[in-house]
Structures are given as structure tokens and as C-alpha cells.
Design a protein around this ligand. Structure first.
Ligand SMILES: Cc1ncc(COP(=O)(O)O)c(C=O)c1O
Length: 357
């Protein structure tokens, strides 16, 4: 069996030796009583980094998103988000289950939408038939949009619409540090557009567990209550917070390596005859479509080469780059992708393309 190149997700990252050392040496206490010094340090660091009043350490990105939605809405409200949003597709129906809210989906390129679209989807508050639109959620970067980065000017316009209509604006920033690495915007500058942001520590930042929420003091106080009622009050959580702090202070600054790897693979793939389409590569995610129009068939070809990846539906495939995919492995991957055996159908398509150009 070939050496495995695991491109399934940045959630598969494992902590570095330095991160493990930080965890081992963490000072801990009972965080439910506010006595874990390392959790307190992580929350203070995150709040300051994002220029927000307060922060809350959570068990997962799903938990921090769901808490935020719960705090910003009341049962019977409506949440506006993209049809590709993780909060809608992949959080177990959490918006309905935890918050009793309905969802208004907006379609837009690669999971992004405009302030005009938001405006057009706000329900008339005076009409008692309609759910009260109380929250807009973005996702940055957009996972299902191939790691796409939002245009910050559009976010500012959405913020204006939210303010004018008494709605909150939340960001699912599971991979926000990837976006900020590319735009070079400071977290504090970015956070000015939002009422709350959820950020994951256990994806590209390689912590074993954890996410955090940032927002106003009042918001975080309510979020802390919700976290407890969702079973997220952890005790000596400082061992995990130590990993999260290390993630923010050290791991954050190597994300550009993953982006360079993703972009290199993106350009190799786009020249391959078996690649029909590829989303623009902006961060650490590459989403592409094989000419066979079958992700399962392509995975069958990649698996014996030691290349592991997830299908993104019946047609698309996703490659994710992270700290546990080395530069050497990326080089090996390039060679394997270039040597990939084509079947007759692929050859025909290749020549047809060649003739077209
Ligand atoms: C965009 C996005 N948001 C939220 C989450 C949820 O994070 P978690 O797996 O920690 O619950 C993920 C997980 O992959 C994600 O990709």
C-alpha cells in the first residue's frame, strides 16, 4: 500500500509536540466556577485579539454556532444564511432543534450573498403570518464554496442592513484565520462588522478540541448560560485551552503553507485532462469535478495511490491541505496526479479539449 496522503479534512490534524507540551504543563481549575486560569487566559486572549468585549471557550464549532444562534433568536424567528452554510447542512438540524427557528436560504456564488439579497429576504414584521427575521449568518471561509473568502465590503453592507432592521449578524468563522491570513486583515478590524463570531481551533490550527465565541459582554454572559444548558460546561478544560492558545499564538502563522500547497495542486489539477472543473483556490481547500462526473469513480482511482479524500456530493471531490500534509507529500501528490492512468473516455475528452483550444 502506498504512503497515505490524507486530504480528507483539516479536522484530522494532530497536535504538534510543542502543543502537547503546552497541554501537559497547563495550569487548570474548575472552569464552571470560572477558576481555570488557562481557559480564562484563552478567553481574554481571544477577546483582545478580536477587539471584542468577551469570549467563551466551547467544545466545538457546532456548539459555538448553535449557542450564538440560540442567543440571537427566539423560537419562531427566522435565520438568513446561504444554502451551502454549515449551520444549515451539517449541524444536525440544530437551528430547528435547539432554537426553534426556521431558515431562509439564499443562493449566491460559492456560498456568498449580497446585502441586497438579505434585504429582499427580510420578512415584514408587521405581518403576523411571517416569522420574525432576527439573524443573518455568514461563513468565512466558505467550506462548500472551496474555501472562498468573503468580500469585506459586502459584509459591511450586510451589517448596515442588519442594523437598520434590528437583526444580529453572526459569522461561522470555523476557518476565519485562513481568510485573514490571505487578506492580511487584523481579527479586530474584521470583527467590527459582526455581533458575534465563532472560530475553530481544531481545524487548520491543529488543536485536538475546541472553538470560541467572541461578542459583547452581555452576549457572552447569555452564551455561557446556553453552553451550560447544552452540557458544554467543562471542568479542568485548561488542558484543552492550552492547546487552543498555542494554536492561536503559533499554528496560526503557518497557514500560508497550506494555502501554497492547495494552490499548487489546484494549478496541477486544472491542467489535467480528467479534471472538468475546479473552484478558484483561495485558501486550503480544493474542490474539483472529474470529467467522469462521478466522485465515487474518481475516489476508486485515488485510493490505491494512497490518496484519501472526501466526495462533496455525487460529482465533486474535496482536497484539504493542513499541517499533516508535508511539502514532500504535496510533491508526491503532484507526481501521482500527473501520472494518473486515464481510461479511454478520459482520453477522448482530452483530445476533444485539445482540438477545441
Ligand atoms: C464551516 C464549518 N463550520 C462549523 C464546523 C463545525 O465544527 P465542529 O466540527 O468543531 O463542530 C465545521 C466543521 O467542519 C465547518 O467546516
Amino acid at each position: 500500500m502506498a504512503n497515505i496522503i490524507d486530504l480528507r479534512s483539516d479536522t484530522f490534524t494532530v497536535p504538534s509536540d510543542e502543543m502537547r507540551k503546552a497541554m501537559f504543563e497547563a495550569q487548570v481549575g474548575d472552569d464552571v466556577f470560572g477558576e481555570d486560569p488557562t481557559v480564562n487566559a484563552l478567553e481574554a486572549y481571544a477577546a483582545e485579539l478580536f477587539g471584542m468585549e468577551a469570549a467563551l471557550f466551547c467544545t466545538s464549532g457546532t456548539q459555538s454556532n448553535q449557542i450564538a444562534i440560540n442567543v440571537h433568536t427566539r423560537p419562531g424567528d427566522e435565520v438568513i444564511c446561504s444554502n451551502l452554510a454549515h449551520i444549515y447542512i451539517y449541524e444536525g438540524g440544530g437551528i430547528a432543534l435547539n432554537s426553534g427557528s426556521s431558515v431562509r436560504l439564499i443562493e449566491g456564488p460559492r456560498g456568498m450573498f449580497t446585502a441586497e439579497q438579505v434585504k429582499a429576504n427580510i420578512n415584514n414584521r408587521a405581518d403576523v403570518h411571517l416569522p420574525n427575521t432576527s439573524l443573518v449568518c455568514t461563513e468565512d471561509t466558505v467550506n462548500k464554496g472551496g474555501g472562498a473568502i468573503w468580500d469585506f465590503n459586502e459584509i459591511l453592507k450586510i451589517q448596515e442592513v442588519c442594523k437598520a432592521n434590528g437583526m444580529a449578524l453572526h459569522c461561522d468563522g470555523a476557518r476565519l484565520f485562513n481568510a485573514l491570513e490571505e487578506t492580511k486583515m487584523s481579527p479586530a478590524e474584521y470583527a467590527k462588522a459582526y455581533d458575534s463570531i465563532s472560530v475553530c481551533l481544531s481545524k487548520g490550527l491543529a488543536a485536538p478540541v475546541g472553538s470560541f465565541l467572541v461578542g459583547s459582554k452581555e452576549f457572552i454572559l447569555k452564551a455561557r448560560r446556553r453552553r451550560k444548558s447544552m452540557g458544554g460546561g467543562m471542568r479542568q478544560a485548561g488542558f484543552l485551552a492550552a492547546a487552543g492558545l498555542h494554536a492561536m499564538k503559533v499554528e496560526r502563522f503557518r497557514l500560508h503553507e497550506d494555502h501554497a500547497h492547495a494552490k499548487a495542486i489546484g494549478s496541477v489539477l486544472s491542467a489535467m485532462p480528467y479534471c472538468a472543473e475546479i473552484m478558484p483556490v483561495e485558501t486550503n481547500i480544493v474542490i474539483w469535478k472529474p470529467t467522469s462526473n462521478s466522485s465515487a469513480e474518481m475516489i476508486e482511482k485515488l485510493t490505491p495511490l494512497g490518496i484519501k479524500c472526501f466526495p462533496f456530493g455525487p460529482v465533486w471531490l474535496r482536497f484539504v491541505f493542513h499541517r499533516n500534509v508535508s511539502s514532500d507529500q504535496v510533491q508526491e501528490l503532484i507526481e501521482k496526479l500527473q501520472e494518473l492512468q486515464l481510461d479511454e473516455g478520459d482520453f477522448n475528452l482530452f483530445f476533444q479539449r485539445f482540438e477545441d483550444s
